[in-house]
Design a protein around this ligand. Sequence first.
Ligand code: ZN
Length: 227
Amino acid sequence: MLKVGDVECAVLRSARRSVAIFIERDGSVSVRAPLSVSDEQLAKVVEKKLPWIYRNVALWRELNRGAPKKEYVSGESFYVAGNPCLLDVREDAAEPLSLIGDRLVLKRTHISKADELLRGLYRKLGYERLPAIVERYAPRMGVKPGRLRVWELQNRWASCSDKGNLNFHWRVLALPLDVLEYLVVHELAHIKHRNHTNDFWAEVEKVYPQWKGATEWLRVNGAGRSF
Ligand SMILES: [Zn+2]
């Protein structure tokens, strides 16, 4: 264990070439380092990265804390694929859970499975709706993203791999549309600029000038809006 300020990190040394810091699936912080790097050198690297660590641990907590519990009664509101929808709990629903216009229809006999059903619906809608948003922005940004996945990410809303593959947390489907679009633009901008440099933000600004509103919304509302 390495302690830097109030952050404790597990250290894993191996025959790798560079130092990398990770927020693990359980929210703990770990540092992977080459065999030759001393604890003292590592502490310096971690110290420089403290703002990044604080930000990402906070985000991990947001995404993993129990979202405000829904009761699944008619009239409750949910964001679904960027639109506010009202829940309608019915005896005679044909499907366990379906989206009909701006109504979310839940079969009464399936209330106990509603969390799971909603998660499934969000994932399905993610695969249906996100590609269209990607296709709208990618050509304007001059990027060609790889495959898109919607799943459970541990400490982020979305990510972009070195190969340009896009990953989205299924919870992004429970965000307002402008925030959802911002997240897509953000990840597409990473295809050109890996880090959050001025060039990166200029790229975002070019196609999504209102990005500051979306980042502020995420900071204030975070995952509280997720379900
Ligand atoms: Zn980013």
